[in-house]
Design a protein around this ligand. Structure first.
Ligand SMILES: *[C@@H]1O[C@H](CO)[C@@H](O)[C@H](O)[C@H]1NC(C)=O
Ligand SMILES: *[C@@H]1O[C@H](CO)[C@@H](O)[C@H](O)[C@H]1NC(C)=O
Ligand SMILES: *[C@@H]1O[C@H](CO)[C@@H](O)[C@H](O)[C@H]1NC(C)=O
Ligand SMILES: *[C@@H]1O[C@H](CO)[C@@H](O)[C@H](O)[C@H]1NC(C)=O
Ligand SMILES: *[C@@H]1O[C@H](CO)[C@@H](O)[C@H](O)[C@H]1NC(C)=O
Ligand SMILES: *[C@@H]1O[C@H](CO)[C@@H](O)[C@H](O)[C@H]1NC(C)=O
Ligand SMILES: *[C@@H]1O[C@H](CO)[C@@H](O)[C@H](O)[C@H]1NC(C)=O
Ligand SMILES: *[C@@H]1O[C@H](CO)[C@@H](O)[C@H](O)[C@H]1NC(C)=O
Ligand SMILES: *[C@@H]1O[C@H](CO)[C@@H](O)[C@H](O)[C@H]1NC(C)=O
Ligand SMILES: *[C@@H]1O[C@H](CO)[C@@H](O)[C@H](O)[C@H]1NC(C)=O
Ligand SMILES: *[C@@H]1O[C@H](CO)[C@@H](O)[C@H](O)[C@H]1NC(C)=O
Ligand SMILES: *[C@@H]1O[C@H](CO)[C@@H](O)[C@H](O)[C@H]1NC(C)=O
Length: 431
């Protein structure tokens, strides 16, 4: 009897383990149809044969139901080059996405990124994958309207639709239904009617990361009613064209650590509300039609990157630096204030930047001598002081400490003297 019981138990264990390797026949058939409909020049789907579809490359099955829950066909051999908008190469799958895939209705994870599916309209059936929590279709070349049905994906946490310039968001409100969403990237997707994008997204309770780049957004509301992006940590908005002021509600995003508002045709002052954002680590306001003066930013004690280039600040740089606390100066790693109508000199403040990696003050009206203290910033890798009115020498004393330097631009200044031979000892120098 005991013997029988242990055999029975063993049998149970086998039954339990079975689905892990075997797979559901109609799901296997669907995957094979998908394989048949794509071209796979580097044979990434070579393992897709035989019965054990749960072991095929990119597939994972549920260990309880045996059904496919993960399909990860990301083309990880990508490279971007300057000639191509797409990361496609001879490792990309391409061709038709077989509608047979819709049978995989237990999918939780779907990644087709960096493959060339430009022959396809955005597949509507993805809206039926109601357990999906990760969807990555980045740079897949899909075209047409993004189905509003995606709003039904109530478990979706990560949605990456970046790099699809032929796809459109026709109406933003379906996005407001994605109550589990933590991460959204829509770079290059054209929002046909973008007026209410902020109102559609500001209520999402868990949204932490929002990338909006080159979406043809033209409006940003001056005020927001109700919740104000309660969980937002990263807001990155670039290559859009608002031609309005940076709205005051920016100052209510108190959890934000990265705020990037780059090349968005913002006008008006650099908002004083920025000083409310005490968690801010990266602040980028470059390439806007903003105007100085620089507001006080004494509360931003965790700031490590400050980019305000191509902005008309128009102040003495020492005044600008006095808007940052001594703590901030001590931690700052990247300071880019190029082409910002700054005057004044580097005396008295530059030596406080003891963690600096990048200093770009090019294309301003700065003058005076370059303090030798700069040679004590041992972390410095990029120093660009070009196109200013600096005078005097750049000597041995400047060079001895900055042994990590990779990039040095001093051109278009009024420097004199000899170039110190010690420069030849900066072995990491590239430029
Ligand atoms: C893929 O392309 C690279 C260079 O573009 C080439 O060297 C390589 O042989 C190609 N591989 C295949 C499988 O075609
Ligand atoms: C099933 O898989 C999950 C992770 O996906 C794991 O935590 C769990 O222990 C597994 N259960 C069994 C019975 O293998
Ligand atoms: C992408 O796929 C389309 C259609 O399938 C094809 O015409 C095009 O040449 C492919 N592009 C690249 C870069 O592979
Ligand atoms: C989507 O895939 C691309 C390329 O594989 C990757 O760079 C990106 O980080 C992925 N997005 C998410 C949200 O994981
Ligand atoms: C961007 O939006 C404007 C107005 O909303 C429209 O006129 C223009 O055609 C759009 N651009 C693209 C590339 O769709
Ligand atoms: C910021 O939040 C405060 C309090 O939550 C609210 O009174 C104020 O109206 C908000 N400001 C903006 C510009 O939304
Ligand atoms: C600043 O950074 C420290 C260390 O990462 C962290 O503990 C602290 O909470 C941050 N301060 C704010 C206001 O976010
Ligand atoms: C920063 O430190 C200097 C002395 O190095 C001091 O005079 C100045 O008041 C400090 N600034 C702030 C904002 O604490
Ligand atoms: C920097 O500017 C201040 C104020 O104009 C001046 O007192 C100081 O001499 C200048 N330093 C150098 C090195 O030119
Ligand atoms: C550089 O730092 C050293 C040691 O901290 C110090 O003795 C020296 O005076 C500093 N040099 C300059 C130019 O600040
Ligand atoms: C460089 O110019 C300064 C004045 O700007 C002058 O005092 C110094 O002697 C010059 N040095 C050399 C080596 O010509
Ligand atoms: C460069 O480094 C070498 C070896 O470390 C040293 O002997 C030499 O004096 C240095 N040259 C200069 C100009 O500092």
């Amino acid at each position: 009897m005991q013997h029988f019981l242990s055999i029975f138990l063993l049998f149970l264990v086998i039954i339990q383990a079975l689905p892990v390797n075997c797979c559901i026949e109609h799901e296997r058939q669907a995957l094979l149809k998908f394989k048949d409909s794509v071209s796979d020049p580097s044979d990434r789907l070579a393992s897709w044969s035989g019965n054990k579809c749960c072991n095929w490359a990119g597939i994972r099955c549920s260990n309880t139901t045996g059904r496919v829950i993960k399909l990860d066909l990301q083309n990880s051999y990508f490279y971007f080059d300057e000639y191509s908008d797409y990361p496609w190469n001879n490792h990309s799958l391409s061709g038709k996405i077989s509608p047979a895939l819709q049978i995989l209705s237990d999918l939780e994870y779907l990644d087709l990124s960096y493959n060339n599916f430009s022959a396809n309209k955005f597949p509507k059936f993805i809206s039926n994958f109601k357990y999906l929590n990760y969807l990555n279709l980045s740079s897949t070349g899909l075209s047409g309207i993004i189905p509003h049905g995606l709003g039904n994906l109530s478990k979706l946490q990560y949605l990456d639709l970046s790099g699809m310039p032929d796809a459109f968001v026709s109406n933003v409100w379906w996005l407001s239904q994605l109550k589990s969403l933590k991460y959204l990237d829509t770079w290059k997707i054209n929002f046909l009617d973008s007026r209410e994008w902020a109102q559609a997204l500001n209520t999402l309770p868990l949204l932490q990361t929002l990338y909006l780049g080159a979406n043809n957004l033209t409006t940003i509301p001056a005020s927001i009613n109700g919740p104000n992006f309660p969980s937002l940590k990263i807001l990155s908005v670039w290559d859009n064209s608002f031609t309005t002021r940076i709205p005051d509600w920016i100052g209510n995003l108190t959890k934000i650590t990265e705020l990037l508002l780059w090349n968005c045709s913002f006008v008006g002052p650099i908002p004083s509300q920025l000083d409310n954002l005490a968690s801010l680590e990266t602040l980028v306001l470059s390439n806007n039609n903003l105007e100085g003066p620089m507001p006080p930013l004494h509360n931003l004690r965790n700031l490590t990157q400050l980019w305000i280039g191509d902005v008309n600040i128009g102040q003495d740089i020492r005044e600008v630096m006095s808007k940052l606390s001594n703590d901030t100066l001590d931690k700052l790693q990247v300071l880019r204030l190029y082409n910002s109508s700054l005057h004044g000199n580097l005396t008295g403040w530059v030596s406080k930047l003891r963690s600096l990696i990048t200093l770009d003050l090019s294309n301003n009206n700065l003058d005076g001598t370059i303090p030798t203290e700069i040679g004590n910033i041992t972390s410095l890798e990029t120093l660009d002081l070009s196109n200013n009115f600096f005078t005097g020498e750049f000597s041995k004393a400047h060079v001895t400490g900055i042994s990590n330097l990779k990039v040095l631009y001093l051109d278009f200044n009024n420097l004199n003297g000899t170039i110190p031979t010690e420069i030849g000892n900066i072995t990491r120098l590239e430029t």
